[in-house]
Write a protein that binds this ligand. Structure first.
Ligand code: ZN
Length: 297
């Protein structure tokens, strides 16, 4: 998954005020994406988003002029990452704004994780420049990851939206099946699992039951937590569950959200996710394809 890479790049998000050194990473984002230098390797005819890209992120020394407003983000091992909050910076030679989502298969993975996590914090800082309660200009707290209002003392913390990934299964003897879905209206719709955001006042288990009922019209039982993963592309913390269909297995697709949904036996599961190293969805589909019910037992 996107957060799983070498131990030498262990994620440390303890917030301490630091000043960036010339060799530290300083990320900058525009509406077009993250400042990065992407080198295409391998097949010249590789499709966009195919594996075959190596990415670099800018270090302070790369900038022709030092950004004016820089805040500390996190460490990955010995590497320190900062964020330039300036509206504009002078773009370092060879760098351009690249869609973070498009880079999802780029190497090395720890820089992809840094770019994605940095994009979530960048969105949060930019969305909270003014107090939502009184309208005053917010200030960065000196010793913690929060912004505070100097007028009314309102405090805003980084935004993390929980959501669930639901692997709906049916296992009777050797007949092991899983529900896969495809979104409507997306050009890159891969087969996926039922998924959705947790609503206010709702425990995660109820999110699973509600989303499965809404999207494919099935009741489920025997929910089992699998793993969670940060998914900064949508400000989300994803929580993966295995569950079993309870009663009638007839699928009723919610066509306002999904293009299609159906049961797949293990041998029918498409291999399009086999190379997906980033997502919890991909890991769960592949695990069921290889292991069946042993995926959770
Ligand atoms: Zn205020």
């Amino acid at each position: 998954m996107i957060q799983e890479f070498g131990a030498e790049y262990a994620y440390d998000n303890h917030f301490e005020p630091h000043e960036p050194a010339e060799g530290d990473y300083v990320l900058h984002y525009s509406p077009a994406g993250c400042l990065a230098r992407v080198t295409h390797v391998g097949r010249a005819d590789a499709d966009a988003g195919d594996s075959g890209e190596v990415m670099e992120l800018p270090r302070l020394a790369d900038y022709p002029r030092r950004p004016g407003s820089v805040t500390y983000l996190f460490c990955l091992g010995e590497e320190r990452f900062f964020l330039a909050l300036d509206e504009r910076v002078l773009v370092p030679a060879g760098f351009a704004y690249e869609s973070v989502n498009w880079l999802r298969r780029a190497e090395p993975q720890h820089l992809l994780f840094a770019a994605a996590t940095g994009s979530q914090l960048d969105r949060w800082y930019r969305a909270n420049r003014f107090c939502g309660r009184c309208g005053a200009q917010m200030e960065l707290a000196p010793r913690s990851r929060e912004v505070v209002c100097p007028e009314c003392a309102s405090i805003v913390y980084p935004k993390i939206c929980p959501g669930v990934i639901c692997a709906v299964t049916s296992c009777q003897g050797d007949d092991e099946k899983i529900v896969l879905t495809r979104y409507a209206g997306r050009t890159t719709a891969l087969w996926a699992l039922v998924a959705g955001f947790t609503e206010i006042g709702e425990p995660l288990e109820d999110t699973v039951r509600r989303e499965v009922m809404e999207e494919v019209g099935l009741s489920v039982k025997n929910l089992r937590f699998y793993k969670s993963q940060p998914w900064s592309f949508t400000d989300t913390l994803l929580v993966g569950f295995w569950c079993e269909v309870d009663g009638d297995p007839t699928i009723a697709v919610d066509h306002s959200e999904l293009k299609e949904a159906r049961w797949f036996s293990r041998s029918e599961i498409p291999l399009e996710r086999t190379g997906d190293r980033a997502s919890l969805t991909g890991e769960m589909i592949e695990r069921f394809r290889l292991m069946g019910r042993a995926a959770w037992e």
